[in-house]
Design a protein around this ligand. Sequence first.
Ligand SMILES: [Zn+2]
Length: 254
Amino acid sequence: MNTEVRLERLSQPEAEARLQASRLAVLAPGSIEQHGPHLPLGTDAFAADVLAEEVARKLGAVLVPLPLVGVSPYHLSWAGSLSFKPQTFIAVVEDICECLARHGVEKVLFVNWHEGNTPTVRLAGDSIQRKFNLRVVVAESHIITNKLFGERAKLTHAGNMETAAVLMYDPSLVDLSKATNPTSEAQGDHGHEIFRQKDVFPIMRDFHEVAATGWYGRPEEATPELAAEIRERVSDYIVEKARLEFDRARYMQG
Ligand SMILES: [Zn+2]
């Protein structure tokens, strides 16, 4: 059997067979935003893409293409960063999922890597679930990576975790010799903490509020071995938990 899972690379009959067999589409929201001088703008999109492809393969599902752009308005003071308005992103997801529902898809799994996408992915998920009678599960792969690897994959910006993520995708896109001028880790951690509070918190206007130079962390700690480990363990984790959540949803519907 063809092990290809990317919809755009399948022939129509292959795609139809896979969609009918699994009824499951995997979507990887992207983001094009500055990640310091040493990592590409597509870092978050590439990370989600690699993990989503792995997850789709392990689940026998189809990886459905989305734009590489996500919701990242607070990075726009750095040229080259792009952002959808949340409503644009939701509209794109709705249009794609309307097609998928028509072709027999019943379950949608988002594999996201970009924190700024989270509120919008939830709204999009709620909308397609109601409109097209789908069941939606969201996997926050950056959170999972940090949970499994701790300090080896810290939730900074363009540090060890995200450098490993780009190593998973294409090592030639990492240039550690350019990783100069980081904001101090203490400042970055403190900045992020303010916006990650769960009870009372400000809405981020500009990423300068977290890191004045745009990035912080320890990119030099990322290795090809860490990258391979993240690809394997995070995709396994998502597969196991997503199966559980899709099954739970089935029982709840009775
Ligand atoms: Zn990122």
